[in-house]
Design a protein around this ligand. Structure first.
Ligand SMILES: [Zn+2]
Length: 299
């Protein structure tokens, strides 16, 4: 089982501890960061989640079947989006994205990670552009057409970049295709792996990790990495979540720890807290014990 981390600042010391490193270069807010490329690192590019572009170009925003814009905050209280969504069929946005990605991979990165490659939800997008494209597509099935829009986008990026590609997927193992147009069967030839963010502020309760992971490992034709949120939760909560994830045949765990601080804290607690050390060393899951032993060495 591999260990990875999402870092905003590429700290060489922390990077040395991990098998793979992600770093955001184009975020859902629209914020872009240029960084020196590194073979060990995959830059993360947000595609259709882009609050800035959505605010700047109101006609680019994905629209629900009843006319609500896919925007965060008060403009759409019903759907509770955390950022603005651009309709995946906006040609200009796609062109900008592809130009960005091509420029990016001209540098020496170890691959490419795409995020927010989907429709915002099941009832999106019903803009005139999408209605027109569906009518011209030859598809009779709306959901099949939506999935083809997403698959073809990923296939296009693969063709242009010739890099190993991974993808963030929404944490819904059952209705990915229907809700978001993410068809992992169709996407399989283009993906190395996918990443499921399973974020919690505490990880006090972990039954929902079991529910989602049992389904993901049984249903996903693509290797699954789990991203655990490692900012607010206490080190013990994250260890508890890791123990749950380690029950399943996932490809690995990726910590969202942008400053690399929490992973140091987890290592410290594993070395210095007698109670935690005893609990972990007597844990019945060998995979979890091995992960913990590895983390102990991070200093
Ligand atoms: Zn649309």
């Amino acid at each position: 089982m591999k260990l990875g981390i999402t870092l905003k600042r590429l700290d060489e010391e922390v990077m040395a501890w991990f098998d793979l490193i992600l770093t955001p270069v184009r975020q859902v807010t629209g914020e872009m960061r240029t960084k020196a490329s590194n073979q060990k690192v995959r830059p993360v590019v947000s595609c259709f989640g882009h609050t800035l572009a959505a605010n700047k170009h109101p006609d680019w925003i994905a629209i629900s079947d009843d006319g609500l814009p896919a925007l965060p905050g008060r403009k759409n209280l019903r759907d509770g989006f955390a950022w603005g969504w651009v309709c995946p069929n906006v040609e200009e946005h796609r062109k900008n994205l592809l130009a960005f990605v091509k420029e990016l991979v001209a540098n020496d990165w170890g691959g490419l990670h795409l995020d927010s490659v989907q429709f915002p939800d099941v009832n999106y997008c019903h803009c005139e552009r999408c209605k027109g494209k569906f009518a011209e597509s030859g598809f009779e099935d709306w959901f099949g057409w939506r999935a083809s829009v997403i698959t073809q986008w990923v296939a296009g990026v693969v063709k242009e970049t010739e890099r190993p590609i991974s993808l963030t997927i929404h944490p819904d193992p059952y209705f990915l295709r229907e809700r978001f147009g993410t068809d992992l069967g169709e996407l399989k030839p283009f993906l190395e792996w996918c990443m499921v963010p399973l974020y919690c502020l505490t990880y006090d309760l972990t039954y929902w990790l079991d529910t989602l992971l049992y389904a993901f490992v049984n249903l996903s034709p693509v290797p699954v990495f789990v991203e655990l949120y490692a900012v607010e939760p206490k080190a013990f909560g994250i260890l508890k979540a890791m123990a749950t994830v380690a029950k399943y045949p996932v490809a690995g765990i990726i910590f969202y720890d942008p400053r690399g601080e929490k992973v140091r804290e987890i290592a410290k607690i594993l070395r210095e807290d007698k109670g935690v050390r005893e609990l972990v060393s007597s844990h019945p899951n060998r995979k979890f014990r091995e992960l913990a032993e590895r983390i102990c060495e991070w200093r």
